[in-house]
Design a protein around this ligand. Structure first.
Ligand SMILES: [Mn+2]
Length: 250
């Protein structure tokens, strides 16, 4: 890491929901945040559910999000690395981000080391015990045959259907229960503790819970949940030594 620079983390923007019109001010706020952090960012991590629904056809991507995509392109082109992890709402990402924006897309947790600190980073869905309904659902959604079937639905029908399910039924989100379960019972706390049995990490950084929290999972390791950009507008900052959660107020 460069001296005086920082690594930023944000997740769960769910742009497009509940409607494009209502999502727009949140998109603008996120763009303002990107404009602010780009000045001292060494890297920016987006940990999933940037879109409330995303599906890539062979030659077509969903309408909208032009300003967000443009801002990400601008920052990436200026030489700041951006890493994108898919969430459960945008897990059908193909190679569009990679090809169009030159931004790598990760479909599972990934380890990183910055300043001798080790990170395990991901969206966090379907990890740890429980969430069995969602895990079953994810198998269906990631199955090549169901993806193939969905791709052959006309996009005007497919996207409408998916948006309906996403916003109204919470079918795609699974049990996104935003009630804090207590430090011991949070699935991702249990997941982190199990990971520590085989390897040491300094920071576990996830989204998905929509609840900003920093919890000690051992004497030297912390689990951080980034919150969301629906009600909290929170983000993570690593300055080379410590990790902080902050709220974007502008
Ligand atoms: Mn989410």
């Amino acid at each position: 890491m460069n001296i005086n620079s920082k690594i930023y983390f944000a997740s769960d923007q769910h742009f497009g929901a509940p409607t494009p019109e209502l999502s727009f001010p949140r998109e603008q706020k996120f763009i303002n945040w990107l404009d602010e952090v780009k000045h001292d960012a060494d890297a920016i991590f987006l940990l999933g559910d940037l879109f409330d629904f995303w599906f890539e056809y062979k030659t077509v991507v969903p309408k909208g999000f032009v300003r967000v995509l443009g801002k990400l392109a601008e920052i990436k082109d200026a030489g700041i690395p951006i890493y994108f992890f898919v969430g459960n709402h945008d897990l059908w990402m193909g190679d569009y981000f990679q090809k169009e924006l030159n931004i790598p897309v990760y479909h599972d947790n990934q380890e990183f080391t910055f300043n001798n600190k080790t990170f395990l980073i991901g969206h966090g869905d379907g990890k740890g015990p429980g969430d069995l309904g969602y895990k079953r659902m994810k198998k269906v959604f990631t199955n090549p045959f169901s993806k193939w079937l969905f791709r052959w639905l006309h996009p005007d029908i497919g996207v409408k259907l998916a948006q309906y399910l996403s916003v109204k039924n919470k079918l795609i989100s699974g049990a996104e229960d935003v009630k804090f379960l207590g430090e011991e019972n949070e699935w991702l706390v249990q997941y982190a503790k199990r990971k520590l049995e085989t390897k040491s990490y300094d920071f576990f950084v996830f989204g998905h819970r929509h609840l900003p929290m920093i919890i000690d999972v051992s004497e030297k390791s912390k689990y951080i949940n980034l919150g969301d950009w629906i009600g909290y507008f929170t983000y993570g900052v690593f300055d080379g030594l410590t990790f902080e959660l902050k709220e974007y107020k502008n």
